[in-house]
Design a protein around this ligand. Structure first.
Ligand code: SF4
Ligand code: SF4
Length: 95
């Protein structure tokens, strides 16, 4: 499934989307993100899933636009460190 983490306000929609079907829990995104946006653990949306999955940490969900500001704007789809690190292509951004 597509797990959305973030919010929308008057200026736009700010979500990081994790495709949990693609994510293999490798933790490469945890290492790649310079501000610690990601963590890997239990799947909040699927209590029956046994494999760990990436998610956005609670601390960053309500301020993700600002958390990601150092990496943006981007010139190409694969230019973000988090997306570059993810071989299964499980991470996308709404902005
Ligand atoms: S790098 Fe991709 S596959 Fe690995 S834990 Fe992060 S989202 Fe999942
Ligand atoms: S865009 Fe940058 S700050 Fe935001 S999650 Fe990706 S690596 Fe982390």
């Amino acid at each position: 499934m597509l797990a959305h983490y973030g919010y929308k306000d008057g200026s736009g929609e700010y979500f990081i989307i994790i495709d949990t079907d693609k994510c293999d829990g490798c933790e490469e995104c945890v290492t790649a993100c310079p501000v610690g946006v990601f963590e890997v653990g239990e799947d909040e949306n699927d209590p029956f899933r046994e494999e760990p999955v990436a998610k956005v940490s609670e601390d960053h969900r309500k301020k993700i636009k600002y958390s990601c500001a150092p990496c943006k704007p981007v010139s190409g789809r694969k230019s973000l460190p988090c997306m570059n690190s993810c071989d299964p292509d499980a991470i996308s951004h709404s902005w």
